[in-house]
Design a protein around this ligand. Sequence first.
Ligand code: HAM
Length: 425
Amino acid sequence: MPAVFAALKGMPDLVSPETDRRRALVDAFATAAGRAGYGEVQSPLLEDLGVFLRVGEATDVVTKEMYDFVDKDGTRIALRPEFTASLMRMFVEHPPATLPWKVWTTGPAFRHENPQAGRYRQFFQLDLEAVGAADPDVDVEVIAVAHDFFRSLGLTQVSLKLNSLGDESSREPFMAALRTHFDANRDGLSEQSRITLEKNPLRVLDSKRDYDQAVISSAPQMIDFLSAQTAAHFERVQQGLRAVGIAFTLESRLVRGLDYYTHTLFEFGADALVSSQNAIGGGGHYDNLVEQLGGPSTPGIGFGLGIDRILLACDAEGVFGAPPRMVAVFVVDTTGGSSAVALTHELRRAGIGAERSFDGRSMKAQFKAADRSGAAIALVVGSNEEADGTVVVRDLRASDQVVVPRSDVLAEVQRRLVANPLRLP
Ligand code: HAM
């Protein structure tokens, strides 16, 4: 007996119509990003491990979840757990002629997490980055692209949380105050958070463990440590969001799971999802990532949106279903001759979605298949029609039919599809 395999845990197979829906979702994103002047880029799934270590050596993404291994030539490489570090490697390797570099990308990313609804080991992101402009208006532009994209899907229950992590100069006193607070309250911290504290006190704020929450909620807040310059940046972002009518709430404990952020930080939550996996996207500003990857000091801001979770949110809100099938016409042929093959291909060449049955199925079975296909029209060729040089054009919704000469079939189908645009493929 040959071995029977199953897909790896947390790496779901995807099939149509789910795949059609995902393609439509990426198209909607390409439209929203394209309108704001962002062009598509594609980076490889695999990178030198060092690229992703810049995401933060104290983050779960790097310490626990990375799929890394030694390649055949001894290089340590990793499957991307996110896109930003890859794209900044690309930016440094191929410096763009003009700034800001405004790009988006999509594809799978990999994190070795405990799979559950909305959390997978292979998941799909839409990522967008604007690199090389420090203007707070860029932060607004980036957030607005995500916001408009969610709206274009029909989602209405998406909330935006906003915070600022300040710059280096405001971060240092904040980190010191955080360390003092956590050191003084070590007993109230879980074992894991005490370990995290040694590496990066900021990461402790990201703990979801119940045991830590009392100490976290009494911790100092970044907002009280912002320098005049970072406070002005943050204020300007908020003004901009108000100017474009995007609602947000300030969330001083928002830190997110990656280490490269400075200044603006944001997260989109799907309120229709009750699960703890309701973060459908997040991002922020980063001042040092490009430099850490060997490039010139360059600010950037961007976001990653989780396609899998956005679709769960769409299901919960009952919006953005699978696009209609491409099949407009089903060819039913009981002659066993070449009518079906000829008619089907004539329609397809004319740009009309057409399907047929194979293996000499009965008329009844073919009509069942026609119904299942979602086609609006059936073209029927039996021995009588073949002898007369005609075809029956049957409206599958209204269940009426006409007989037309074979040579007029294409025109008749086109006329019907134009007359009723709902039937257009
Ligand atoms: P992130 O918050 O780690 O940010 O991921 C962004 C989004 O990807 C999350 O909000 C979530 O929707 C989705 N996601 C993450 N992990 C999983 C998973 N295991 N299963 C399903 N969905 C998941 C980043 O990745 C940053 N690179 C975003 C960014 C871009 N910041 C600046 N530029």
